[in-house]
Design a protein around this ligand. Structure first.
Ligand SMILES: [Zn+2]
Length: 444
């Protein structure tokens, strides 16, 4: 789920260079193999002595060298499309459950709107999706918990209705098993720590219901953590927030630092004993909004062993798009005025806010390559083991050019290969890195 970013932008620093470049330097040529002109000072005798010496050395090496183990047979080169569909592809954030709850869509059917359904996931080679139970900020106290529970019910309703296509997954082993069976793995996350109403018992209940990550905040500061989209109240995590992080570590729920304030991020990284994720955040060096991560944060996540899932939202990728969007006056009506208009009916306010971002933007999207630039940047700063995909599908009104919906994910694989990434590194980015974190945190 996104919130229109504040009007604090910098010029886009677009890296056009390829991260991994091959060296064109030829190996040094031995002096005696050079042309006569170059070796004019050498006598014919000298050349012959050197030639015979080199021949003897070569024969000795061939005779004395231990037997080399047979080289593994090289797999035939895969096309980008084949590599994509053979890889285990995981996306760490989609807001599709809103559609199910508010509009009553069945994501087991092919839909002609939105970004995700199970059939289009298969076409896009997406093997596992984290569906977020996003709790809007006007749900407070026990109403926030109730909203999260309703979204979790929408999740199970969607998944259990199509056992031939999809199954719920709780850990890395489940994802791998379902991948082999050719089924989609559906996972649950909570977006907005206010869903636990400050109660560790509710946190544990959510875990028992299958929730495997929680963003400590959404765009609202809550009872235990400050958000990047709100006023600071605790200067990061308060004491309860520290307990929440420790309890998440203990029970095996991934701590998600997308949406939190910088201070909350640093407090969390100080306390956590397990790898964290940013389920849907991009690079602040390329688009300077508080929802994106600074290079120092990216390095800290790398040190922690975590993963940053790159958010596809146009305004988090492109300063130019964000500026145009702001100028076009696209913004959300305030919660306060909607609450007044709808007589305090929380669910009607949520439905109205949902309708605003569900409508696709008519603005020209940023170029597709900018999405790859963000991936490339995080690889450069944090390393290739700490990057993943965090689309924010069904939670944003604009995606980069060429990304209609989940069906276009193979374009990312193709683009990474074109930039010189090895197939092994591409599979890490597509899902391997996140799978590592999930296994470490859940133990399975
Ligand atoms: Zn979000």
């Amino acid at each position: 789920m996104i919130k229109v970013p504040p009007t604090r932008y910098v010029e886009l620093c677009c890296r056009q260079t390829t991260l991994i470049s091959r060296s064109n330097d030829e190996p040094d040529i031995e002096p005696w193999s050079r042309s006569g002109k170059e070796n004019g000072a050498l006598s014919a005798i000298g050349r012959n002595i050197k030639y015979i010496g080199a021949l003897l050395v070569t024969l000795c090496v061939l005779a004395c060298a231990p037997q080399q183990p047979p080289q593994p047979v090289q797999a035939p080169d895969l096309s980008p499309e084949e590599l994509h569909h053979q890889s285990l592809v995981i996306d760490t954030h989609a807001d599709t459950l809103q559609r199910v709850l508010i509009s009553g869509v069945d994501i087991g059917q092919r839909l002609d709107s939105g970004h995700i359904d199970f059939l289009r996931m298969r076409e896009g080679g997406l093997d596992a999706e984290f569906f977020a139970a996003w709790v809007d900020s006007h749900y407070t106290g026990p109403f926030a918990t109730k909203r999260a529970l309703q979204l979790i019910d929408a999740f199970y309703e969607s998944v259990e209705g199509h056992p031939d296509q999809v199954e719920p997954a709780l850990n890395a082993a489940d994802i791998e098993r379902l991948h082999k069976e050719g089924k989609v793995a559906a996972l649950l996350g909570i977006e907005g720590g206010h869903a636990i109403d400050g109660d560790l018992r509710l946190l544990r209940v959510f875990h028992r219901l299958g929730v495997r990550y929680m963003t400590l905040t959404w765009s609202n500061t809550n009872a235990f953590a400050d958000s990047s989209g709100d006023q600071a109240r605790w200067n990061g995590l308060n004491e309860l927030g520290e307990q929440v992080v420790r309890e998440m570590n203990r029970i095996g729920m991934i701590v998600d630092i997308s949406h939190v304030s910088d201070e909350t991020f640093w407090d969390t990284l100080r306390i956590t004993t397990k790898p964290v994720i940013a389920s849907h955040s991009s690079a602040r060096a390329l688009q300077n909004v508080p929802r994106n991560m600074t290079d120092e944060m990216l390095k800290a996540v790398a040190k922690n062993g975590g993963v940053v899932g790159i958010n596809f939202y146009s305004a988090f990728l492109s300063a130019d798009y964000a500026r145009r969007s702001s100028e076009a006056g696209r913004s959300w009506e305030s919660v306060e005025s909607l609450m007044k208009n709808f007589g305090g009916d929380l669910d009607r306010v949520a439905a109205e806010r949902y309708r605003l971002f569900e409508k696709p933007s008519t603005l020209e999207p940023p170029p597709f390559e900018l999405l790859i630039d963000h991936i490339d940047h995080v690889v450069k700063v944090a390393g290739v083991d700490h990057v993943g995909l965090g689309s924010d599908f069904d939670g944003v009104e604009s995606l980069p050019a060429g990304i209609r919906d989940v069906r276009d994910l193979p374009k990312i694989t193709s683009a990474l290969l074109s930039r010189g990434y090895s197939p092994g590194d591409v599979t890490k980015i597509l899902g391997g890195n996140f799978l590592r974190v999930l296994r470490m945190v859940t133990g399975g």
